[in-house]
Design a protein around this ligand. Sequence first.
Ligand SMILES: NC(=O)c1ccc[n+]([C@@H]2O[C@H](COP(=O)([O-])OP(=O)(O)OC[C@H]3O[C@@H](n4cnc5c(N)ncnc54)[C@H](O)[C@@H]3O)[C@@H](O)[C@H]2O)c1
Length: 264
Amino acid sequence: MEFTGKVVLVTGAAKGMGFGCATKFANEDASVALVDIDSENLLKVEKDLLAAGKKVKAFVTDISKSESVSAMMDEVIKTFGALDVIANCAGIQTYGDAIETTDEVWDKTLDVNVKSMYLTAKFGVPHIRKRGGGAIINISSVQSYVSQKQVVAYATSKGAINSLTRAMAVDFAQDKIRVNTVAPGSINTSMLRFAAETHSGGKSINEVFADWGKSHPIGRIGEIEEVAELVAFLASDRAKFITGSDYVIDGGLTSQAPVVLPNS
Ligand SMILES: NC(=O)c1ccc[n+]([C@@H]2O[C@H](COP(=O)([O-])OP(=O)(O)OC[C@H]3O[C@@H](n4cnc5c(N)ncnc54)[C@H](O)[C@@H]3O)[C@@H](O)[C@H]2O)c1
């Protein structure tokens, strides 16, 4: 019950890591503002968590639009009276190199993945300030450090998140608002399932996941609960000297160079 009396806003709460984080915070007794554009799944998450006795409310919002985030924040404050933590988990995956990527895809990727984090801070930090401090956790990706083919807009957005985190950590340290990045490797979510379908080569999703798992030294892909543990730690007072940092959670993926020894 680490978050008793705290109000936590989670974007992307309808699915994947956002759902995992929202569930973790709700289970730790927080009041949780569930934010997502996917109304059908978001309302189902709200219903299930309310049925389990948790303190949650759904706010269907396009987090890439300034007026939507501003209105949503007003509603969150009307509902819960305060704000302590923002977990920015929403995001979209897009594919293409610089030539193929249209202006529209580029702008949408940057708006949903990065601008949204600036907007939740713009409208949320004044409320966190009133509480005398709090925390913001931004989900980026291992693709902020290493890349692959055909992800120019996505990888750019993820690198930008790490820079945005450092800039906000410096700006808001005096307010005792800590800002950190969590950079996951492959995590078992609908986004990864979409990626597996796109690049399946005729294999089942489970086979693709098993193949991708082998590229992580731990030997498997990660689970949403494992990311939620790290996000909750960074949001808690246990992390009170940690700000401006990037936390990789990737089963060793980015630690391993593709070196082949003669006898291995
Ligand atoms: N799954 C992975 O392997 C992986 C790895 C590294 C980083 N990430 C990042 O982690 C974050 C969460 O990814 P996930 O795998 O849980 O994805 P997901 O697709 O399962 O969930 C993302 C959620 O964001 C919501 N969303 C998208 N656009 C929105 C908008 N404009 N307004 C509000 N909500 C919106 C979606 O509706 C969805 O519910 C993303 O930023 C993603 O880039 C994922």
